[in-house]
Design a protein around this ligand. Structure first.
Ligand code: AMP
Ligand code: ZN
Ligand code: ZN
Length: 483
């Protein structure tokens, strides 16, 4: 195997000084061909710095060579990243994993639109030919957080894009920045928290949960969500992270693109607009792959492509009004591809309200008490899912009676959030890297299986999860083994 600059080797100090300069100025214009070597933290680094053989050897020039992470863009200055931007020496040999989410990229778009960069990942690596099954509900926040934590929504507690916490008596909403950035709303252990807690630097250019101090921990680098940041800017920052010297290089990296969800809601899975959005994100992926190709050893980087859910038509004829205005202590939390209601009252009252809602809806829409939700939906364990849950069939929706066309209500013609067992709700899974068999194919995976795979590839000790590593047995190359 050729020498791999993503692994530590010996190199000249002059070279390291150049790297430091590049990072400090143009932002790491390229480490291709430059070996990163064991380095020390700068002398102003924190006292609990992991020990480093080179540091112990004590070369003053070496101490200046690596730019302090706290001076780099995206660094979390709130000090909630346990590594403080420095990898424990045991990770110096570990190649990065880049987890990339394309919002609303339905499982069948790969075969249907054949985006070249996605097809390259499929041929170099592994693909789930029938996609990846989200948790219930198949909405952006719960779905992403199931991939990040390996848990169903009932266990990671991000019960929806909007949900009610009956203990706090507060609503979580994705547009409420204070809540989105408040780790006390998030359960489980996202993969970047596992990494940081075990001394491995993590970085995120957006991913649900990465902006919050989950369990008190954030990635070393993260950004508050901003839909106007261009794809190129995000990809270029990720490439800068990969080019950083081994001591500070993030090993767990996330990236997120909203384009396909936006086009899907507006125009649907069969439209020229979705085709254009797929072409755009394929271009971003191509840019990333070109960047990795230009780095010696870039093929050691594991690239994982996922999406949170699919997309399907929601005709207005299949939208059913639900009215709780005459019911005391009852609140609609969600009314759309699924319904969630909070009830103030005891078990008898909840049953009464369940029945009063069910009679307003067609028989095709089952209405459950939280404890009656079918086990396969994994949506009962926390009160944050609501006291009453309605699960319409694919395409059928609930709506509030205040949502009327006369009053200017104009919903997207396409949506997601339905029962995740419907194939139309499935996202994608494709990945390539040294631990993944080229051309490996799986039928269908689940979002909850993705955390254990990433933890295995990175060599992290995984947190307890609902997903299973054995899902990947047919396509996983043993650690240290050849292909
Ligand atoms: P959905 O309709 O459930 O697919 O939601 C998609 C939208 O979620 C995107 O268009 C973004 O506007 C938004 N979004 C995605 N990630 C974040 C985030 N980390 N913080 C806030 N909003 C986000
Ligand atoms: Zn989404
Ligand atoms: Zn969406």
């Amino acid at each position: 195997m050729p020498r791999d600059p993503l692994r530590p080797t010996t190199h000249s100090l002059r070279r390291l000084h150049r790297i430091a300069l590049l990072l400090a100025t143009a932002g790491a214009a390229g480490l291709a061909g430059c070996g990163g070597g064991p380095q020390s933290r700068p002398s102003e680094g924190p006292a609990n710095a992991p020990s480093n053989p080179a540091a112990e050897a004590g070369s003053p020039q070496a101490r200046d060579a690596v730019v302090a992470p706290s001076t780099l863009p995206g660094y979390d200055r709130k000090g909630q990243n346990p590594t403080e931007g420095w990898n424990d020496p045991r990770w110096l040999d570990t190649a990065p994993v880049i987890l990339i989410s394309f919002d609303g990229f339905r499982w069948d778009y790969v075969e249907r639109y054949r985006p070249p960069a996605f097809l390259r990942i499929a041929s170099e690596g592994v693909m789930a030919t029938n996609g990846s099954m989200p948790p219930f509900p198949s909405k952006t926040f719960p779905s992403h957080f199931s991939m990040a934590t390996g848990l169903w929504a009932e266990n990671h507690e991000l019960a929806g894009n909007t949900f009610w916490d009956p203990e706090r008596r507060e609503m979580y909403r994705v547009r409420d920045r204070d809540k989105v950035e408040d780790g006390s709303w998030y359960g489980g252990e996202p993969i970047w928290v596992t990494a940081e807690s075990q001394g491995m630097v993590a970085a995120s250019y957006f991913f649900v949960g990465s902006e919050a101090d989950v369990g008190g921990v954030r990635p070393s680098y993260w950004y508050a969500y901003d839909g106007s940041v261009t794809g190129e800017e995000k990809v270029d920052r990720v490439l800068e992270w990969v080019r950083m010297p081994p001591e500070t290089r993030p090993r767990m990296i996330t990236l997120y693109f909203p384009n396909t969800d936006d086009a899907g809601h507006g125009y649907g899975p069969d439209s020229p607009e979705i085709e254009a959005a797929i072409e755009a994100v394929d271009g971003y992926l191509q840019r990333l792959l070109d960047g990795l190709d230009a780095i010696e050893g870039g093929e050691e980087v594991t690239v994982v492509l996922v999406s949170d859910h699919g997309m399907y038509e929601q005709p207005v004829e299949l939208s059913h009004p639900v009215d709780v205005s005459g019911m005391e202590g009852v609140m609609i939390i969600e009314a759309g591809p699924y319904g969630a209601f909070a009830v103030d009252g005891d078990a008898a009252r909840r049953r009464e309200v369940r029945d009063a809602i069910a009679v307003q809806l067609p028989e095709s829409i089952p209405v459950y008490l939280r404890e009656e939700v079918p086990e396969e939906l994994h949506y009962s364990a926390t009160r944050k899912v609501g006291d009453i849950i309605a699960v319409p069939p694919l395409g059928t929706t609930l709506r509030r009676t205040t949502q009327s066309f006369a009053a200017g209500w104009n919903p997207s013609p396409f949506n997601h959030g339905w029962d995740p067992r419907s194939p139309e709700m499935h996202g994608i899974f494709l990945a390539r890297g040294p631990r993944l068999r080229p051309g490996g194919r799986l039928d269908r995976v689940r979002h909850v299986d993705i955390y254990p795979l990433m933890a295995e590839i990175l060599g992290l000790d995984p947190a307890p999860v609902d997903g299973s590593l054995s899902t990947w047995d047919p396509v996983l190359v043993p650690a240290g083994g050849g292909r």
